[in-house]
Ligand binder design. Structure first.
Ligand code: URA
Length: 308
């Protein structure tokens, strides 16, 4: 006789549900979708919606008596409505699509590429990963990586911090804002490159990732890089450089030259968080970026102020 189905209804776990929806939204974002509309025609920015879902993942749904803090309270109507996805690709017209039925989007201009799909599979495995028990128990989100799957250049950081854990995206906090400036000074944008970290979960209290955590996550990194196949990888800071190149050489001695790994040219430089503590090092990072740009054949702005 087949096993009877447990007829006891499972209590609704809002936090778990919110996490799952966030992973799905992140996957849509990686496919180029930046906003959607609800069944009632209300436009919803995907990044904003992810922030609301992060709040639910952290605090659960507000009870009738207890309201969410003012800035976060807008979540209720957005989540409560049945959501009919209307994909808005960056710089493309609005196209209707049903999230429930992916085959309903034959003429969708944001159909994910093969690389998008391959990365999505890795992303799902990352979302399900519990190899590091402490990190899995304390994270709000896994922070997979973001950017262009066809990028020539990958920036490789250390580990998500509080902002990244909340938003599920690497380098969105203070260090991320400085990284954005570095990228812009190079004449590039976040959409043209790819950004990822040594590990995909936030270490509690922003401690350094342990060697065991780095080892547990290395399979995901390897799979991501095999799909993206970047020509260049910039390791940001000592943790990323040492972990990626399996060495302990001080970062000051590693910068200013390329190493080779699995067909990519690897450059090590200071981490943006270090630049926030010691801004005099910005000059060094800008020198490293110009060294990189020359090799990539990118134009170097003649009167660039470098990294501000
Ligand atoms: N620092 C990192 O190394 N990675 C992030 O994603 C954010 C800050």
């Amino acid at each position: 006789m087949p096993e009877p189905v447990n007829s006891t209804p499972t209590p609704f776990d809002a936090a778990r549900f919110a996490k799952a929806v966030r992973q799905r939204l992140q996957s849509l974002q990686r496919s180029g979708v930046s906003s959607m509309t609800t069944a009632t025609g209300q436009g919803v920015d995907l990044s904003e919606l992810q922030n609301h879902l992060a709040t639910i993942a952290r605090h659960g749904l507000p009870s009738m008596e207890q309201e969410l803090p003012a800035a976060e309270s807008a979540v209720t109507p957005v989540v409560a409505e049945s959501v009919q996805i209307t994909a808005v690709a960056d710089s493309s017209p609005i196209v209707s699509a049903s999230d429930a039925n992916p085959t309903a989007v034959p003429n969708d201009p944001v159909m994910p590429s093969k690389k998008h799909k391959e990365l999505d599979l890795v992303c799902q495995d990352v979302a399900d990963c519990t190899a590091c028990a402490e990190l899995a128990a304390t994270r709000i989100s896994t922070v997979f990586g973001v950017g262009n799957p066809n990028a020539r250049l990958v920036f490789y950081g250390e580990a998500p911090g509080a902002d990244e854990d909340k938003q599920g995206e690497p380098f969105v906090g203070r260090a991320g804002k400085l990284l954005n400036k570095i990228i812009e000074a190079m004449g590039l944008s976040r959409e043209e490159i790819y950004i990822l970290n040594t590990i995909k979960c936030r270490p509690p209290g922003n401690r350094n990732p342990t060697p065991a955590e780095q080892q547990n996550c290395s399979e995901f990194l390897q799979r991501q890089l095999e799909i993206i196949q970047p020509e260049y990888i910039v390791c940001l800071g000592a943790i990323a450089s040492h972990s990626f190149l399996d060495c302990k050489t001080p970062i000051g001695k590693m910068r200013g030259q390329f190493f080779e790994k699995n067909g990519s040219k690897v450059l090590c430089t200071f981490h943006p968080a270090y630049l926030l503590r010691d801004p005099r090092r910005k000059r060094d990072v800008w020198d490293d970026m110009q060294f990189l740009m020359k090799d990539m054949g990118l134009p170097i702005p003649r009167k660039s102020k470098g990294v501000e």
